[in-house]
Design a protein around this ligand. Structure first.
Ligand SMILES: C[S@@+](CC[C@H](N)C(=O)[O-])C[C@H]1O[C@@H](n2cnc3c(N)ncnc32)[C@H](O)[C@@H]1O
Length: 281
């Protein structure tokens, strides 16, 4: 038995996905074709890997941190010329890997303890989008994170992460995944999400993107406060009022009520006003 004797390790976030229907839904959501090069984060005992290799993908690069799984994975899939495996931490992966094709898609049941940093590596931040522009990422994440990523303004789940992700990508849900679909079962419900990064030409220009990040940090630090309070001091009150109106924003609103486009408009206006004040372009 390839993985006999291996016990699931909590520190690596190991919860094996055992439900065949969910595995099939993940692969279907990836919409894999013969031209696709797939990156799988954390193949584990290969349940998803097996299905990915049953699809017509051109190549599959798997990155696994647990060295005790690596031998078994190579035994199980090494004969397939499309499969390659890197033993190591995906957070330290420099893409594209030398002599390997640039992945077009990411498909993964991710370790929940690295969700935040992994999204930064795979999708990036405003002003620092990931260098590898994937067509699509299909990720199994904690449901709470999935809800935050695709939350609509006004909902309690809406946060800086929602604004950032929705300006960087189109985000949607495939299905929820109850704990019984895993072994051992996690304590929380999970969700399969699809993230489709917007093309580079649709991203906000660098200065505006950085201005949105600064504004999000400032405003969400006081998410219960009205924008009138959080933004006071950035500009004289009448100028702030005028700028907010032009961005379609009411300064009595709280940060979780503003749509991503409004954040962008507000940050752009503030950026313009502050560079005009400092005599810049
Ligand atoms: C939730 S399990 C998923 C395993 C398998 N894909 C499945 O669906 O059953 C997460 C996997 O990611 C691996 N892992 C954890 N941290 C990692 C990291 N920083 N880099 C690469 N793999 C990691 C774990 O060892 C584990 O195999």
């Amino acid at each position: 038995m390839t993985f006999s004797g291996h016990r699931a390790r909590k520190r690596f976030g190991q919860h094996w996905l055992t439900d065949p229907q969910i595995l099939d839904r993940i692969v279907a959501a990836a919409d894999l074709h013969g031209a696709d090069h797939v990156l799988e984060v954390g193949p584990g005992r290969g349940a998803l890997t097996e299905r990915l290799l049953a699809s017509p993908v051109a190549s599959l690069l798997a990155v696994e941190l647990d060295r005790d799984l690596v031998v078994g994975l190579r035994q199980q899939f090494g004969a397939d010329g499309r499969f390659s495996l890197i033993e190591g931490d995906v957070l330290e992966l420099a893409l594209p890997c030398p002599e390997r094709p640039m992945p077009t898609k990411v498909v993964a049941n991710i370790p929940y303890n690295i969700t935040g940093p992994l999204l930064e590596v795979l999708v990036g931040r405003l002003g620092r989008p990931a260098p590898c522009r994937f067509e699509r990422l299909v990720l199994l994440v904690q449901q709470e994170v999935g809800q935050r990523i695709r939350a609509r303004p006004g909902s309690s789940a809406f946060s800086a992460l929602s604004v950032r992700m929705q300006l960087l990508a189109r985000c949607s849900s495939v299905c929820t995944v109850p704990p019984r679909c895993f072994s051992p079962p996690p304590k929380v419900t999970s969700e399969v999400i699809v993230i489709e990064p917007v093309p580079p030409e649709s991203l906000p220009p660098l200065a505006q993107a950085l201005a949105v990040e600064r504004l999000l940090t400032r405003c969400f630090a006081g998410r219960r406060k009205m924008l009138r309070t959080t933004l006071a001091g950035l500009l004289p009150a009448p100028a702030l009022l005028e700028l907010a109106a032009a961005a379609g924003v009411d300064l009595q609103q709280r940060p979780q009520e503003l749509a991503p486009a409004q954040w962008l408009a507000l940050a752009t206006g503030l950026n313009r006003s502050s560079s005009a004040e400092s005599g810049g372009a």
